[in-house]
Design a protein around this ligand. Structure first.
Ligand code: ACO
Length: 331
């Protein structure tokens, strides 16, 4: 049986920085409020002509380079995004494939909000273990600034842009294998986080819509409580099911939504400070890109070494959630 291994990581962050002070000139908020309630100090914003696919390409190029594979060896591309280049089609994964010059690949997007990267990981693992694919490029890429309402202080302070990517490959070495990936969803909570306009469910007729905007709306406080509960439960389950104690985790890499959520979950799981990876202060919430961007951060700073065990944990709109246990296995 083939196993799936996490072979390489890459990420890209756009140049422009939007600070809390900048936001305080746009809406009724302050650096103090944002820092205390979220831990976010700044986020990066893509240029107008920079698409989600462009950021995905830059992250994927790094992941490909670090994988040591030729691009011809990639046989599938999965892009997790809620801010695709185009509404409906073509998928951002096919745009990225074309920009990378990848031919003869299976390519598609998935929509699982902030859990998107973990969903993509589970799909890559399943395709590889079934023998259908050998090298899968997974990408989490978001231009959330394109779907953020910058007059809504409840959401605009949270989100940023960026992309992360990983190559997941077949191996026969069980020690390198992704140990487990959990994914789940509960549509009963759909109204906590939505982009209510723009889809077939929103309007009677496109011509009758008041606005074609597709901004995110969120019940922040309720989302916060569900997030802490769901993230903690999922991690407890994946650790128990695999007989792993939390002190065996070298890097706990939660979705970077809010420092207070990460702290509450980390404390509930008795994680030590040095185990918890934090990038929320500098990137804000980049949804499907947040986890691979955080993995890339510890990789590039030399903190992530071969064989070290990573625990990923995410939740997002849907609601969706997921977790994964992965030994880092670079070539
Ligand atoms: N600046 C100043 N005051 C604000 C701001 C702001 N930016 N936003 C809200 N407030 C005010 C509110 O109006 C309210 O005032 P009131 O007491 O006079 O009514 C007060 O601050 C408290 O508001 P809450 O919404 O209760 O604040 P909370 O502590 O919950 O923080 C936040 C809000 C940061 C949004 C938090 O709820 C949160 O992080 N929620 C989870 C977000 C998240 O993780 N989303 C999921 C993933 S995203 C995805 O899937 C794409």
């Amino acid at each position: 049986m083939a196993y799936a291994t996490f072979r390489s990581i890459g990420a890209y962050v756009p140049k422009k920085i939007l600070t809390n002070e900048d936001l305080a000139t746009m809406v009724d908020t302050s650096d103090d409020w944002i820092t205390k309630r979220t831990g976010i100090k700044e986020r990066h914003i893509a240029a107008k002509e920079e698409f989600t696919s462009d950021m995905g390409v830059k992250a994927a190029e790094l992941a490909l380079l670090r994988s040591g594979l030729a691009k011809e060896e990639i046989d599938m591309v999965v892009c997790a995004t809620i801010s695709p280049d185009y509404f409906c089609m073509p998928s951002t994964a096919t745009v990225i494939s074309a920009k990378l010059g990848l031919k003869n690949v299976t390519a598609f997007d998935i929509s699982a909000a902030c859990t998107g990267f973990i969903y993509a990981l589970s799909i890559a693992k399943a395709f590889i273990e079934s023998g259908m694919k050998k090298n899968v490029l997974i990408i989490g890429a978001e231009k959330l600034s394109a779907i953020t309402d910058y007059s809504d202080r409840g959401t605009c302070i949270l989100f940023g842009d960026g992309a992360g990517s990983a190559v997941i490959s077949a191996t026969d070495n069980k020690a390198e294998a992704i140990i487990d990936v959990h994914t789940g969803a509960d549509g009963e909570y759909a109204d906590l986080l939505m982009t209510p306009n723009g889809g077939s469910g929103s309007a009677h007729d496109a011509l009758e819509q008041e606005s074609s905007s597709c901004f995110m709306q969120m019940k922040g406080n309720e989302t916060f409580k569900v997030a802490v509960r769901t993230l903690t439960k999922d991690v407890v389950e994946i650790l128990e099911e695999n007989g792993i104690q939390s002190d065996a985790i070298k890097h706990f890499i939660p979705h970077q939504a809010n420092y207070r959520i990460i702290k509450a979950v980390g404390d509930a799981l008795k994680m030590k400070e040095e185990q918890v990876v934090l990038t929320v202060a500098k990137y804000g919430n980049t949804s499907g890109a947040s986890i691979p961007m955080a993995i890339n951060d510890i990789y590039e700073s030399g903190r992530l070494q071969k064989g070290e065990l990573m625990l990923l944990d995410a939740f997002g709109g849907g609601l969706t959630w997921g977790s994964a246990l992965i030994p880092f296995s670079p070539k």
